[in-house]
Design a protein around this ligand. Sequence first.
Ligand code: A2P
Length: 198
Amino acid sequence: MKKGTVGNKPENLTQPNIPGTWKAMEALYDSGKARAIGVSNFSSKKLGDLLEIARVPPAVNQVECHPVWQQPKLHALFKAKGVHLSGYAPLGSPGNTAAIKNEVLKNPILLTVVEKLGRTSAQLALRWGVQMGHSVLPKSTNEARIKENLDVFDWSIPEDLFAKLSEIKQERLIRGTVYAHETFGANKTIEELWDGEL
Ligand code: A2P
């Protein structure tokens, strides 16, 4: 967004200077004001480009990640380059009006596994993330659901059922359409915004 503007109106969008911004973040890291620096919503292309020029590599890339949007390319960069993947919307953000309608917790393949394991859909989606090796950031305002979401560490999804989850048709649900505009900002289309990773 342009400096000093508020709200994601098209006219507030601007061209980001990622190398310049990263340099400033590295200076914060060097000064000790930040113990770690990272990025969010970076495609594998943007993360790869940043890794080419970064002196201090990003510790983490926080992105949408759940069984319906599994982010294999970012997982590969996590393994190869150590950029931790932190998954937001790990339940598919039910009720989020900015997300396109495709309910992760009602996905038919997920439900077949749920039935076999006797866990809830939310637990299965979160356990999938934990077993993939990334971190998951579920949000809840409800005590019982917060407890339910924490109960994912003393059991696991058996290998054959885990493999079944990789058959789920993939779709990015939180598409950031407000950040693409024909006239303003860096991206005319959401394909440009996500470097074709949709
Ligand atoms: P609530 O606050 O009423 O529990 P995400 O973390 O993927 O963005 O999803 C957040 C949404 O998921 C919130 O609307 C939250 O509602 C709901 N949610 C959180 N935990 C669960 C759960 N265990 N089962 C169903 N919905 C959940």
